[in-house]
Design a protein around this ligand. Sequence first.
Ligand code: NDP
Ligand code: 8X3
Length: 259
Amino acid sequence: MTEQSQAQQHPVVLITGATSGFGLATAKKFAQHGYPLIITGRREERLQALSAELSEFTEVFYSVLDVRDSEAVIGFVEQLPERFKQVGILVNNAGLALGAEPADKAALSDWHTMIDTNVTGLVNVTHSLLPILRAQASASIINLASIAANWAYPGSHVYGASKAFVAQFSRNLRSDFAGTGVRVTSLEPGLAESEFSLVRFKGDQEKYDQIYKGASAIQPEDIANIIFWIAEQPAHININSLEVMPTSQAWDNFKIIKQ
Ligand code: NDP
Ligand code: 8X3
């Protein structure tokens, strides 16, 4: 089989937030295996550079897309080039945390941005892609939730709650699509080293270094390998949810504040 006919057999993969971290590593992983790729994010220069880099391995289409903008998302899906229209794997990865201070010190605008991105953005993309995914004999939606969806910790408030939405939305989609070819996974990573913490701490490099120093955190390539593994499961297997922590991370006790 020629390389070209092999590539034609792979489903088209759409990755949101492919300009850094998990999304970037996942784009590289699928590209290396010849999957046609749609990569999106807000930073065009990065998309351009990544697209040029990955074109050596596969066909790549990039589009600047802010997932919060529902009209833009609808237009983007409607205007996908013919070659990329039949999306078979959707990696809903775009997301962010802003701030880690206690709830009463948090900025309301940060809460809105997290909800707009992690909840509304993910819903915008999913809703626009569902007719296409449903039309495939087999399709996968892989949603990036977090351990913060499952476990409370100080400073997680709206971030964790937004990821709990992602986890529950994933289960509910599973219910709707049981018996169809559409698979849905909620992937729930713990501490992972990426720009995520620079965004969360608003560019504070010292806080970033403190978090990751000596922690042997998950690397974006680890998550890319897991996403690829989920997507490559045989069509009759659905990984419902998968929580992943670095070995160095574990639960702490419930706290009791004595008066
Ligand atoms: P990064 O900050 O490295 O990457 C986030 C990506 O999301 C970027 O490509 C960014 O692109 C994109 N993004 C953010 N806002 C928007 C938007 N409004 N529209 C489109 N794209 C957007 O973080 P990670 O790779 O670590 O995180 C990826 C996902 O994994 C997130 O959903 C995060 O919550 C989740 N996660 C992260 C963990 C971690 O510890 N790192 C652990 C568990 C889950 P651009 O700025 O160019 O738009
Ligand atoms: C990111 C992981 O532990 O910072 O989703 O919430 S954590």
